[in-house]
Design a protein around this ligand. Structure first.
Ligand SMILES: Cc1cc2nc3c(=O)[nH]c(=O)nc-3n(C[C@H](O)[C@H](O)[C@H](O)COP(=O)(O)O)c2cc1C
Length: 311
């Protein structure tokens, strides 16, 4: 309270000093002169227009600066909400910050080695920003860039859903080009590093009703239980270590039409989006890219060898 009073006292002094200043007096004189002019005078019209622009510019600048922290907070909150959603932990009315802090841990992974990286604040690390920084990213060779993203950050941010000490889900950030836009989303996987729990896209600009159906909960539900890697690709899996040669290529793909669950191989297939083959191909490619050795394959192979992740 005392501080507020002191501040207002300070303001009063500042205003008094301003009123006494020569420039302020000149401004007041000019203002009175302009206001005394007729309404159809050119000088008055220009002066009023310029003043209005100045006032608006000050208001907009003030708004932009004052609202920046709130915008940053809302962006972070939205991201947490998406992560909770893909983890199946989003509950109506529950505090998002609290639920996130209680259940989810962010970790940094070196994509080349598949190992966790210590010494970086995972909460603050922004993978999308890092991908745009040449020092923190790598250019993807054209022949390997099936997701059409051109660059990727060397370090990725994964999210682990925990219950006590046990890991319940591994959430991977994914992105890739569809038809009109780069789709950004999360892929949630069982601790076996192989079985899909869910997928969601939080940033995309495909056509609503066509490619935009990637956000449709009914379509998203089709992903549950699907397998990423063909089982035959991992002969060393049961030995407890996956050898480099056995990490394998992802087999999961969107197909044209509806998956026949009675057919062999259906565990690697998801229904394509009707009338949106190009977005569907983009989704296949981005999932395959991020689960390949270019993406998280090495990390997931380590998780899979321990048959349940440990943080
Ligand atoms: C206005 C308009 C918007 C479209 N938006 C998409 C889209 O978001 N994703 C997509 O894959 N195809 C979209 N298409 C359709 C593609 O051009 C293409 O025809 C389609 O992907 C082929 O899919 P289909 O073989 O399943 O019919 C759009 C077409 C039109 C005319």
């Amino acid at each position: 309270m005392l501080n507020v009073l002191k501040k207002s006292e300070h303001c009063v002094k500042l205003c008094a000093a301003l009123e006494k200043s020569e420039n302020y007096q000149k401004f007041i004189k000019y203002r009175d002169k302009v206001l005394a002019l007729g309404n159809d005078s050119l000088e008055k019209t220009i002066a009023i227009a310029v003043s209005l622009c100045l006032v608006c510019a000050v208001l907009v600048s003030f708004g932009a600066v004052a609202l920046k922290p709130l915008q940053a907070y809302n962006k972070a909150l939205d991201m947490k909400q998406n992560i909770l959603d893909v983890a199946g932990l989003l509950e109506d009315g529950k505090d998002i910050d609290a639920a996130f802090a209680e259940k989810i841990e962010a970790k940094i992974v070196n994509l080349e080695t598949g190992e966790y990286v210590d010494g970086i604040n995972a909460e603050e690390y922004d993978q999308r920003k890092a991908a745009k920084d040449p020092a923190q990213s790598v250019v993807i060779p054209k022949e390997k860039d099936i997701a059409h993203i051109r660059v990727k950050a060397k370090l990725a941010k994964v999210f682990l859903v925990k219950e006590g000490n046990a890991i319940k889900s591994i959430i991977l950030p994914v992105n890739g080009y569809g038809l009109w836009s780069t789709l950004y989303g999360f892929l949630s996987i069982d601790p076996d590093g192989q079985t899909v729990q869910s997928i969601n896209f939080y940033d995309q600009a495909e056509t609503p009703g066509l490619g935009g159906e990637v956000v449709n909960p009914k379509w998203r539900a089709l992903w549950k239980g699907k397998k990423i890697y063909a089982e035959t690709d991992q002969p060393s899996f049961d030995k407890g270590t996956i050898e480099e040669a056995d990490i394998g290529e992802p087999a999961l793909a969107l197909i044209k039409g509806v998956v026949d669950n009675d057919k062999p191989g259906s565990q690697y297939q998801v229904d394509g989006l009707a009338g949106a083959t190009l977005t569907s191909t983009g989704v296949t490619n981005l999932v395959r890219y991020w689960t390949s050795k270019e993406g998280f394959a090495r990390y997931l192979s380590k998780v899979r060898t321990v048959k349940g992740a440990k943080s």
